[in-house]
Design a protein around this ligand. Structure first.
Ligand SMILES: [Zn+2]
Ligand SMILES: [Zn+2]
Length: 271
Protein backbone atom coordinates (compact mmCIF):
# COMPACT_ATOMS: atom_id res chain seq x y z
CA UNK A 1 0.00 0.00 0.00
CA UNK A 2 2.90 2.39 0.70
CA UNK A 3 4.17 1.93 -2.87
CA UNK A 4 0.65 2.44 -4.23
CA UNK A 5 0.23 5.61 -2.16
CA UNK A 6 3.48 7.02 -3.50
CA UNK A 7 2.38 6.38 -7.09
CA UNK A 8 -1.07 7.87 -6.41
CA UNK A 9 0.41 11.22 -5.39
CA UNK A 10 2.65 11.28 -8.43
CA UNK A 11 0.27 12.99 -10.88
CA UNK A 12 -2.72 15.36 -10.81
CA UNK A 13 -4.94 12.58 -12.15
CA UNK A 14 -3.85 10.36 -9.28
CA UNK A 15 -4.55 13.17 -6.83
CA UNK A 16 -8.08 13.26 -8.22
CA UNK A 17 -8.39 9.57 -7.43
CA UNK A 18 -7.31 10.25 -3.87
CA UNK A 19 -10.12 12.76 -3.44
CA UNK A 20 -12.82 10.16 -4.11
CA UNK A 21 -11.02 7.08 -2.74
CA UNK A 22 -12.21 7.42 0.89
CA UNK A 23 -15.81 7.82 -0.28
CA UNK A 24 -15.48 4.83 -2.61
CA UNK A 25 -13.89 2.71 0.15
CA UNK A 26 -16.88 3.54 2.32
CA UNK A 27 -19.45 2.74 -0.36
CA UNK A 28 -17.78 -0.38 -1.75
CA UNK A 29 -19.91 -2.85 0.19
CA UNK A 30 -20.45 -5.84 -2.12
CA UNK A 31 -23.64 -6.99 -0.41
CA UNK A 32 -25.22 -3.63 -1.16
CA UNK A 33 -23.75 -2.65 -4.53
CA UNK A 34 -24.20 -6.10 -6.08
CA UNK A 35 -27.66 -6.64 -4.66
CA UNK A 36 -30.24 -7.33 -7.39
CA UNK A 37 -32.76 -5.07 -5.65
CA UNK A 38 -30.37 -2.07 -5.59
CA UNK A 39 -31.38 -0.30 -8.87
CA UNK A 40 -35.10 -0.13 -8.03
CA UNK A 41 -34.62 0.56 -4.30
CA UNK A 42 -32.09 3.32 -5.01
CA UNK A 43 -34.35 4.89 -7.65
CA UNK A 44 -37.39 4.87 -5.35
CA UNK A 45 -35.66 6.04 -2.17
CA UNK A 46 -33.64 8.74 -3.94
CA UNK A 47 -36.83 10.00 -5.56
CA UNK A 48 -38.80 10.20 -2.32
CA UNK A 49 -35.93 11.81 -0.36
CA UNK A 50 -35.18 14.38 -3.06
CA UNK A 51 -38.86 15.33 -3.12
CA UNK A 52 -38.93 16.24 0.58
CA UNK A 53 -37.66 19.85 0.16
CA UNK A 54 -40.52 20.45 -2.28
CA UNK A 55 -43.04 18.92 0.11
CA UNK A 56 -41.79 21.48 2.66
CA UNK A 57 -42.12 24.23 0.03
CA UNK A 58 -45.73 23.19 -0.73
CA UNK A 59 -46.50 23.27 3.00
CA UNK A 60 -44.81 26.69 3.30
CA UNK A 61 -46.92 27.93 0.39
CA UNK A 62 -49.98 27.81 2.67
CA UNK A 63 -48.54 30.66 4.76
CA UNK A 64 -46.01 32.43 2.51
CA UNK A 65 -47.20 34.61 -0.41
CA UNK A 66 -43.59 34.68 -1.72
CA UNK A 67 -43.49 30.89 -2.04
CA UNK A 68 -46.86 30.97 -3.85
CA UNK A 69 -45.43 33.54 -6.29
CA UNK A 70 -42.63 31.13 -7.22
CA UNK A 71 -45.23 28.55 -8.29
CA UNK A 72 -45.48 28.20 -12.06
CA UNK A 73 -49.24 27.96 -11.82
CA UNK A 74 -49.52 30.84 -9.33
CA UNK A 75 -53.11 32.03 -9.22
CA UNK A 76 -54.57 28.74 -10.45
CA UNK A 77 -55.22 27.27 -7.03
CA UNK A 78 -53.43 26.09 -3.91
CA UNK A 79 -50.34 23.83 -4.00
CA UNK A 80 -50.97 20.06 -3.88
CA UNK A 81 -52.25 18.82 -0.54
CA UNK A 82 -50.61 16.28 1.75
CA UNK A 83 -53.35 13.82 0.69
CA UNK A 84 -52.35 14.23 -3.00
CA UNK A 85 -48.71 13.59 -2.07
CA UNK A 86 -49.70 10.52 -0.05
CA UNK A 87 -51.87 9.01 -2.80
CA UNK A 88 -49.17 9.69 -5.39
CA UNK A 89 -46.53 8.00 -3.19
CA UNK A 90 -48.81 4.95 -2.85
CA UNK A 91 -49.23 4.64 -6.65
CA UNK A 92 -45.47 4.87 -7.22
CA UNK A 93 -44.69 2.35 -4.47
CA UNK A 94 -47.23 -0.11 -5.94
CA UNK A 95 -45.68 0.20 -9.43
CA UNK A 96 -42.19 -0.40 -7.99
CA UNK A 97 -43.21 -3.39 -5.88
CA UNK A 98 -45.31 -5.14 -8.54
CA UNK A 99 -43.16 -4.54 -11.64
CA UNK A 100 -40.05 -2.36 -11.47
CA UNK A 101 -38.37 -4.12 -8.53
CA UNK A 102 -38.83 -7.75 -9.68
CA UNK A 103 -37.93 -7.07 -13.31
CA UNK A 104 -34.83 -4.95 -12.65
CA UNK A 105 -33.74 -7.48 -10.00
CA UNK A 106 -33.96 -10.21 -12.63
CA UNK A 107 -31.89 -8.14 -15.06
CA UNK A 108 -29.35 -7.14 -12.41
CA UNK A 109 -29.01 -10.82 -11.46
CA UNK A 110 -28.02 -11.62 -15.05
CA UNK A 111 -25.39 -8.86 -15.13
CA UNK A 112 -22.15 -9.44 -13.29
CA UNK A 113 -20.89 -5.96 -12.50
CA UNK A 114 -17.39 -5.58 -11.12
CA UNK A 115 -16.42 -3.40 -8.20
CA UNK A 116 -12.95 -1.99 -8.90
CA UNK A 117 -10.75 -1.19 -5.92
CA UNK A 118 -9.76 2.19 -7.30
CA UNK A 119 -12.13 5.15 -7.24
CA UNK A 120 -12.44 7.17 -10.45
CA UNK A 121 -10.59 10.47 -10.67
CA UNK A 122 -12.75 13.60 -10.31
CA UNK A 123 -12.24 14.31 -14.03
CA UNK A 124 -13.29 10.79 -15.00
CA UNK A 125 -16.39 11.01 -12.81
CA UNK A 126 -17.36 14.39 -14.27
CA UNK A 127 -16.83 13.16 -17.84
CA UNK A 128 -18.74 9.91 -17.31
CA UNK A 129 -21.67 11.56 -15.55
CA UNK A 130 -21.93 14.24 -18.28
CA UNK A 131 -21.81 11.58 -21.01
CA UNK A 132 -24.55 9.58 -19.22
CA UNK A 133 -26.79 12.65 -18.89
CA UNK A 134 -26.39 13.54 -22.58
CA UNK A 135 -27.02 9.96 -23.68
CA UNK A 136 -30.02 9.50 -21.40
CA UNK A 137 -31.43 12.86 -22.56
CA UNK A 138 -31.19 11.57 -26.15
CA UNK A 139 -32.82 8.20 -25.37
CA UNK A 140 -35.58 9.85 -23.33
CA UNK A 141 -36.28 12.40 -26.09
CA UNK A 142 -36.65 9.66 -28.74
CA UNK A 143 -38.74 7.38 -26.49
CA UNK A 144 -40.95 10.25 -25.25
CA UNK A 145 -41.57 11.39 -28.84
CA UNK A 146 -42.58 7.79 -29.76
CA UNK A 147 -44.92 7.66 -26.74
CA UNK A 148 -46.72 10.79 -27.96
CA UNK A 149 -46.73 10.00 -31.69
CA UNK A 150 -48.04 6.41 -31.33
CA UNK A 151 -51.61 6.46 -29.98
CA UNK A 152 -51.43 2.89 -28.61
CA UNK A 153 -48.21 3.62 -26.69
CA UNK A 154 -49.61 6.92 -25.40
CA UNK A 155 -52.83 5.34 -24.12
CA UNK A 156 -51.23 2.27 -22.57
CA UNK A 157 -47.94 3.61 -21.25
CA UNK A 158 -47.71 7.41 -21.06
CA UNK A 159 -51.23 8.75 -20.48
CA UNK A 160 -51.12 8.05 -16.75
CA UNK A 161 -48.19 10.45 -16.31
CA UNK A 162 -50.21 13.16 -18.08
CA UNK A 163 -52.99 13.02 -15.49
CA UNK A 164 -51.00 15.90 -13.92
CA UNK A 165 -51.60 19.09 -15.86
CA UNK A 166 -49.79 20.93 -13.07
CA UNK A 167 -47.18 18.45 -11.87
CA UNK A 168 -45.55 18.50 -8.44
CA UNK A 169 -42.21 17.03 -7.39
CA UNK A 170 -43.40 13.52 -6.52
CA UNK A 171 -45.43 13.21 -9.73
CA UNK A 172 -42.14 12.94 -11.68
CA UNK A 173 -42.47 9.18 -11.12
CA UNK A 174 -46.26 9.01 -11.09
CA UNK A 175 -46.39 6.94 -14.25
CA UNK A 176 -47.38 3.48 -15.42
CA UNK A 177 -45.17 0.61 -14.30
CA UNK A 178 -44.15 0.12 -17.94
CA UNK A 179 -43.01 3.73 -18.24
CA UNK A 180 -41.11 3.65 -14.92
CA UNK A 181 -39.44 0.43 -15.95
CA UNK A 182 -38.54 1.74 -19.42
CA UNK A 183 -36.98 4.91 -17.99
CA UNK A 184 -34.96 3.02 -15.40
CA UNK A 185 -33.73 0.61 -18.08
CA UNK A 186 -32.77 3.54 -20.34
CA UNK A 187 -30.80 5.09 -17.45
CA UNK A 188 -29.07 1.77 -16.71
CA UNK A 189 -28.33 1.28 -20.44
CA UNK A 190 -26.82 4.80 -20.64
CA UNK A 191 -24.41 4.03 -17.79
CA UNK A 192 -23.59 0.66 -19.33
CA UNK A 193 -22.91 2.12 -22.80
CA UNK A 194 -20.67 4.85 -21.36
CA UNK A 195 -18.80 2.12 -19.44
CA UNK A 196 -19.12 4.00 -16.17
CA UNK A 197 -17.28 3.36 -12.95
CA UNK A 198 -19.93 2.23 -10.40
CA UNK A 199 -19.38 5.45 -8.41
CA UNK A 200 -20.04 7.58 -11.52
CA UNK A 201 -23.12 5.45 -12.21
CA UNK A 202 -24.45 6.07 -8.68
CA UNK A 203 -23.86 9.83 -9.05
CA UNK A 204 -25.56 9.80 -12.46
CA UNK A 205 -28.68 8.02 -11.15
CA UNK A 206 -28.88 10.46 -8.24
CA UNK A 207 -28.50 13.49 -10.53
CA UNK A 208 -30.96 12.01 -13.02
CA UNK A 209 -33.55 11.57 -10.26
CA UNK A 210 -32.90 15.09 -8.94
CA UNK A 211 -33.32 16.66 -12.39
CA UNK A 212 -36.60 14.79 -12.95
CA UNK A 213 -37.89 16.05 -9.58
CA UNK A 214 -36.83 19.60 -10.45
CA UNK A 215 -38.56 19.29 -13.86
CA UNK A 216 -41.86 18.46 -12.17
CA UNK A 217 -41.59 20.57 -8.99
CA UNK A 218 -43.98 23.27 -10.26
CA UNK A 219 -41.75 26.12 -9.06
CA UNK A 220 -39.61 28.57 -10.99
CA UNK A 221 -37.19 29.10 -8.12
CA UNK A 222 -34.60 31.91 -8.25
CA UNK A 223 -31.79 29.38 -7.69
CA UNK A 224 -33.07 26.72 -10.14
CA UNK A 225 -30.47 25.10 -12.36
CA UNK A 226 -32.08 26.23 -15.65
CA UNK A 227 -31.57 29.87 -14.61
CA UNK A 228 -27.82 29.25 -14.30
CA UNK A 229 -27.52 27.00 -17.34
CA UNK A 230 -29.59 28.36 -20.24
CA UNK A 231 -29.25 25.13 -22.25
CA UNK A 232 -31.39 23.36 -19.64
CA UNK A 233 -35.18 23.53 -19.77
CA UNK A 234 -36.09 23.04 -16.13
CA UNK A 235 -39.54 23.14 -14.58
CA UNK A 236 -41.10 25.83 -16.86
CA UNK A 237 -40.08 23.85 -19.94
CA UNK A 238 -41.47 20.55 -18.71
CA UNK A 239 -44.60 22.06 -17.19
CA UNK A 240 -45.26 23.48 -20.66
CA UNK A 241 -45.21 19.90 -21.94
CA UNK A 242 -47.79 18.90 -19.34
CA UNK A 243 -50.02 21.88 -20.22
CA UNK A 244 -49.84 21.47 -24.01
CA UNK A 245 -49.56 17.63 -24.15
CA UNK A 246 -46.91 18.07 -26.86
CA UNK A 247 -43.46 19.61 -27.47
CA UNK A 248 -40.49 19.87 -25.09
CA UNK A 249 -39.95 16.11 -25.17
CA UNK A 250 -36.38 16.10 -23.84
CA UNK A 251 -36.05 15.83 -20.08
CA UNK A 252 -33.12 18.13 -19.35
CA UNK A 253 -31.47 19.87 -22.30
CA UNK A 254 -33.26 21.81 -25.03
CA UNK A 255 -31.03 21.02 -28.04
CA UNK A 256 -33.01 18.00 -29.38
CA UNK A 257 -36.34 19.87 -29.26
CA UNK A 258 -34.79 22.88 -30.99
CA UNK A 259 -33.26 20.63 -33.67
CA UNK A 260 -36.49 18.70 -34.30
CA UNK A 261 -38.75 21.76 -34.16
CA UNK A 262 -40.63 20.54 -31.10
CA UNK A 263 -39.45 23.33 -28.77
CA UNK A 264 -42.35 25.20 -27.13
CA UNK A 265 -41.02 28.22 -25.24
CA UNK A 266 -44.38 29.81 -24.33
CA UNK A 267 -44.63 29.19 -20.57
CA UNK A 268 -40.93 29.82 -19.94
CA UNK A 269 -40.99 33.15 -21.77
CA UNK A 270 -44.12 34.46 -20.15
CA UNK A 271 -43.45 33.40 -16.57
ZN1 LIG B 1 -45.36 13.41 -22.34
ZN1 LIG C 1 -43.58 14.86 -16.82
Amino acid sequence: PAVMNASLTASPVARGELVLQPMWDLLRVEEVLLSPVLPASYAFLAHVLLCLPYLALDALGAVSPQVRLWRLSAGSGPPPTLRQWFLCCGRILRAYLTSVLPLTALLQGLRSPELPERAPSCGQLLLEVSACLLLFDTFFFAWHLCLHRTPWLYRNIHQLHHQHRQPFALSAQDASAAELLSLLLLAMASAWLVGCHPLSEAVFHLLNTWLAVEDHCGYNLPWALHRLLPFMGGAPYHQDHHVLYRGNYAPYFTHWDRLFGTYCPSVKDTS
